[in-house]
Write a protein that binds this ligand. Structure first.
Ligand SMILES: Cc1cc2nc3c(=O)[nH]c(=O)nc-3n(C[C@H](O)[C@H](O)[C@H](O)COP(=O)(O)OP(=O)(O)OC[C@H]3O[C@@H](n4cnc5c(N)ncnc54)[C@H](O)[C@@H]3O)c2cc1C
Length: 303
């Protein structure tokens, strides 16, 4: 019995949550690319997560935490690892009139809508990000001039030794699509967020509807992607550079530059990891040769 089978047995015998086997990264990411994983594990609650995470650490089993898989490009190879999903850690608990404790597995859109219905504002941007709060904190995700760090007060983190830590916002090193958690190997389990009551009733829900409409008009949401591929720079917008290089609609085997938004690279159906990484490399090379710009990929690449 290998280490992953032993982990599955341990989870079963101790009622530590659910397990799914026979899955690949292509089944759990929005790009629908990537090879077989050892298993997908869903703890029922934080206690399960802590116990099983300590087992993984003690037994030196590789692991990876996944949210909605909306920012991941994985290689077409076998990953001998446990992929942890926090989809059952999805509670919202009101702490004070404007502060909430939110678990990391809740979907961004769900949180935005639930709080908007209660009349809160500041988190509407989350309604158009197709990830989870854990992924949004890890990426400091944002849209239309708002980002995660604007609402975070504290992050609750299970560190790589299996102990809970509290990171105040100032300690989380938030920057454009960056956080300290990208340098760590633990798990974001939740956060305390601070929002505001809107002055006008119904305004947050209206704002969400407007943002969703705008997003639908500008991005190819019906195609397989992982959102924007490259980060913007201080002096340039990535989509413009790619457009000026003539890539709109360009196809390299199964990978394609979207016709409607040139910073979205699309899986047309059967794209492989190689197709996608070659297209990324080609655009990067051209951007450097023509403009001396080093485009930085925003996606989490697993190889
Ligand atoms: C159509 C589309 C539109 C998008 N639009 C936007 C946008 O407007 N703005 C924007 O910022 N992004 C956007 N994205 C990208 C993506 O949705 C965000 O980066 C999102 O925050 C990723 O969250 P996730 O839960 O899917 O994370 P995943 O993609 O599952 O994971 C991304 C990284 O976060 C880590 N991670 C996830 N959860 C945890 C956790 N609990 N603890 C520790 N690490 C964790 C993973 O290990 C991985 O390294 C878009 C993507 C798509 C497909």
């Amino acid at each position: 019995m290998d280490k992953i089978d032993q982990f599955i047995k341990y989870v079963d015998e101790n009622y530590l949550g659910g397990i799914k086997t026979n899955l690949a990264f292509k089944d759990v990411t929005t790009l629908k690319i990537g090879g077989q994983i050892g298993c997908l594990y869903f703890p029922k609650n934080l206690d399960d997560l802590i116990t099983s995470f300590r087992y993984l650490i003690k037994n030196q089993i590789k692991y990876f935490v996944i949210g909605s898989g909306s920012n991941i490009l994985a290689a077409d190879k076998k990953f001998e690892m446990v992929v942890i999903s926090l989809k059952n850690l999805n509670k919202i608990i009101k702490l004070t009139t404007d502060k909430f404790w939110v678990e990391a597995g809740i979907k961004d859109n769900k949180l935005a809508i639930e709080l908007a219905k209660e009349g809160y504002t500041k988190m509407e941007f989350l309604s158009i990000i197709p990830g989870t709060i854990g992924g949004a904190i890890y990426m400091n995700a944002g849209a239309y001039d708002a980002e995660m760090q604007d609402i975070i007060q504290e992050v609750i983190y299970l560190d790589e030794k299996g102990f809970l830590q509290f990171y105040k916002k100032e300690e989380a090193e938030f920057a454009y699509r960056k956080s300290i958690f990208q340098k760590r190997k633990g798990i974001i389990v939740g956060a305390i967020i601070q929002v505001e009551k809107a002055n006008i009733q119904g305004l947050p829900l209206e704002k969400i509807a407007t943002l969703k409409k705008k997003k639908k008009e500008n991005q190819p949401l019906n195609l397989l992607s992982a959102g924007s591929t490259f980060k913007n720079g201080k002096s340039y917008e990535a989509w413009k550079i790619i457009d000026e290089l003539g890539y709109r609609g360009y196809q390299l085997k199964g990978a394609m530059v979207s016709k409607s938004h040139t910073n979205f690279l699309i899986n047309t159906g059967n794209a492989t990891y190689i197709d996608m990484t070659q297209l990324i490399a080609k655009i990067k090379l051209d951007a450097f040769q023509k403009y001396k710009i080093n485009l930085e990929c925003e996606w989490e690449i697993l190889d």
